[in-house]
Design a protein around this ligand. Structure first.
Ligand code: C2E
Ligand code: CA
Ligand code: CA
Ligand code: CA
Length: 281
């Protein structure tokens, strides 16, 4: 039951119980929200495991709903994925995140080496215009491609491995970095992983939750750390909430960490403060 957490969201999948009418209504709502700029992007710190220095932020989308308040992705991503609006929404998040990083860079030298991570959905990953969208977002923000890391999940890669490889290589040619998100929850085979131009492995929170008390999780995370080293991929542990988890993961040799212990998804101004505080000796 321990690892069922993520799959549990499937039962709340809004598309499952929706009538045709409700689906049309949701599509209209999302379109309206996009047009009226009701979406927001929050940024969660990713830190160096040893120095706690901020190295990157992950862009996480929210919907500032006029009636229902601030909604998390589980309220609308699956629906947007189903009706295709995830493509323009994802493009908006991407452009927003690139522009935001450029704006931090312009405001303080502390952001010079900061990177930004953006999540891609399955549909976006299959969309033929993706590579052009990414190139345009970078160019319009005046950002070097290596500042952007795109996060994709194992299932997106495994759906059509040959097509996925082609897309990954096209993105790699642009110079952006690629991360496998939620690593360990899907079924990627090691032989495929070796062939993919991936820079970062993000170890899913389900392996982090009890890593400080469960020897099995230590063994698993240790194996992924070894994999990262062998394949020259960086490792990031997700969902770190306690010092005990941090200490264990640091000892195992995980490179970077993300989680409430280091910071929740935050407004751009809060990230700016964090950056400025790191400038101080
Ligand atoms: P994810 O990509 O795995 O993002 C990490 C999620 O874990 C975020 O939830 C984050 O707030 C949460 N989290 C981070 N640290 C901790 C922790 O220490 N404890 C706990 N309990 N949670 C932590 P969020 O923001 O609700 O996003 C959920 C998912 O929605 C994301 O999972 C991602 O799959 C999707 N998502 C978010 N933004 C976007 C987006 O712009 N595009 C797409 N396609 N998907 C997105
Ligand atoms: Ca992610
Ligand atoms: Ca993740
Ligand atoms: Ca996750």
């Amino acid at each position: 039951a321990k690892r069922a957490g993520r799959n549990a969201y499937a039962i709340f999948d809004p598309t499952m119980t929706m009538s045709v009418l409700e689906e049309a209504q949701q599509r209209a709502d999302l379109e309206h929200a996009l047009e009226h700029e009701e979406f927001r992007v929050l940024y969660q710190p990713v830190v160096d495991m040893n120095t706690s220095q901020l190295t990157a932020v992950e862009a996480l989308v929210r919907w500032q709903h006029p009636r229902d308040g601030l909604l998390g992705p589980y309220h609308f991503i699956a629906g947007a994925e189903a009706n295709g609006l995830i493509v323009p929404l994802g493009r908006w998040v991407l452009r927003q995140a690139c522009a935001q990083l450029a704006s931090w860079r312009a405001a303080t030298p502390a952001a010079a080496h900061l990177k930004v991570n953006v999540n891609l959905s399955a549909r976006q990953f299959q969309y033929a215009g993706l590579v052009d969208d990414v190139a345009a977002a970078l160019a319009d923000a005046g950002l070097d491609p290596a500042s952007l890391t795109l996060e994709i999940t194992e299932s997106m890669l495994m759906a059509d491995i040959e097509a996925a490889k082609e897309t990954l290589h096209a993105l790699r040619r642009l110079g952006v970095r690629l991360a496998i998100d939620d690593f360990g929850t899907g079924y990627s085979s090691l032989s495929y992983l070796k062939q993919l131009p991936v820079d970062v492995i993000k170890i899913d929170k389900t392996f982090v939750d009890e890593v400080h008390i469960d020897e099995d999780d230590v063994a698993l995370v240790d194996a992924v750390a070894g994999l990262g080293q062998a394949l020259k991929m960086q490792t990031v542990a997700e969902g770190i909430e306690t010092d005990a988890q941090w200490e264990t993961l640091r000892r195992i040799g995980i490179d970077h960490g993300q989680g409430y212990l280091f910071g929740r998804p935050a407004q751009p101004a809060d990230v700016m403060e964090l950056l400025l505080s790191e400038l101080e000796p």
